[in-house]
Design a protein around this ligand. Structure first.
Ligand code: NAP
Length: 270
């Protein structure tokens, strides 16, 4: 029998940590399957899906920049992702040979904060790109209170709040923070090679949680500043591992060994 396979596609793709994560779990569970990284340009995307559709040993792929929007047009959207998050990060080949698009970023974002009672609570989100869409979708499901969305382009942010039917306001990046129970950085600011994220965290209450989606570096200035203030924090690897875990189950029909997350995290920061 042909060995089953899955992969991550994007352009560039060398930086992706997905092969390390899925490879670790396949190895830990003794599953004889391959998870590889594949460089796919925008022009190659239609042919990529056509070829994989014809390959019964192919389980699916994770999709990273710049294909998260374009891939939606090349797969079946049985879960209605287009009308909610509006982008996919995972495609799965099902029994009838169809390739279904889905998005595991929202679930991956939510898992580490599932224990917080955020219903009706005020939240601050920074960023209005693809990651922010997954975050806002999760926040609608949680039923949070007012959302203050800070972005370089506040008009784009206002559009997103309206799209998700969230109450709140869109403000520029230099606006004073309101008191909030959760602050999420879903922008590229603070990432290696990007400008820093300069925020005054003083308005946040003692029980606020600060969640940075950026995972390179893992200890961002935002998280360091929050810890200095004694606030609880969640780093970007939590979501990265969480979204991968949901995709892994879809590809390989097995739950990843999350009790070994500490070992996996060491591997990812090495
Ligand atoms: P994206 O769609 O390109 O959005 C980038 C966001 O950052 C936009 O809001 C953009 O503002 C803002 N931004 C970029 N450069 C800026 C600058 N120089 N000054 C001010 N604002 C700037 O990217 P994304 O996919 O949402 O990813 C955002 C971050 O989340 C990245 O660091 C990514 O690695 C991280 N991420 C992490 C995970 C995880 O699993 N932990 C998953 C997905 C993404 P405009 O709207 O004004 O352009």
């Amino acid at each position: 029998m042909t060995r089953s396979s899955a992969e991550v596609i994007g352009d560039p793709i060398a930086q992706s940590k997905s092969p390390l994560i899925h490879g670790f779990w396949l190895n830990a569970l003794g599953i004889d399957a391959e998870y590889r990284r594949t460089l796919v340009s925008e022009a190659e995307l239609p042919a990529f899906f056509a070829q994989r559709r014809a390959d019964p040993s192919w389980r699916g792929c994770n999709i990273t920049m710049p294909h998260k929007l374009a891939a939606l047009d090349l797969v079946e959207d049985r879960g209605g992702v287009r009308d909610t998050i509006g982008a996919i990060n995972t495609a799965v080949r099902v029994g009838d040979g169809a390739i279904i698009g889905t998005n595991t970023d929202a679930g991956g974002f939510y898992a580490p904060i599932a224990g917080l009672d955020l219903a009706g609570q005020p939240v601050v989100v920074i960023g209005a790109g693809g990651a922010a869409r997954a975050v806002l979708f999760a926040l609608t499901r949680i039923g949070v209170g007012r959302v203050t969305l800070l972005n370089r382009n506040p008009l784009k942010a206002a559009g997103l709040l309206a799209r998700f039917g969230l109450k709140g306001e869109a403000l520029p990046l230099n606006a004073k923070l309101p008191p909030a129970r959760l602050l999420v950085n879903a922008s590229s600011l603070g990432m290696a090679g990007q400008p820093p994220l300069a925020l005054d965290l003083n308005p946040l209450p003692e029980d606020a949680v600060v969640y940075d989606l950026v995972y390179s570096p893992l200890q961002t200035d935002l998280l360091a500043q929050s810890e200095m203030r004694g606030l609880d924090t969640v780093d970007g690897l939590e979501m990265l591992i969480g979204q991968a875990a949901l995709a892994f189950e879809l590809f390989f029909d097995a739950a990843p060994p999350r009790e070994r997350d500490d070992e996996l995290r060491e591997l990812l920061v090495a």
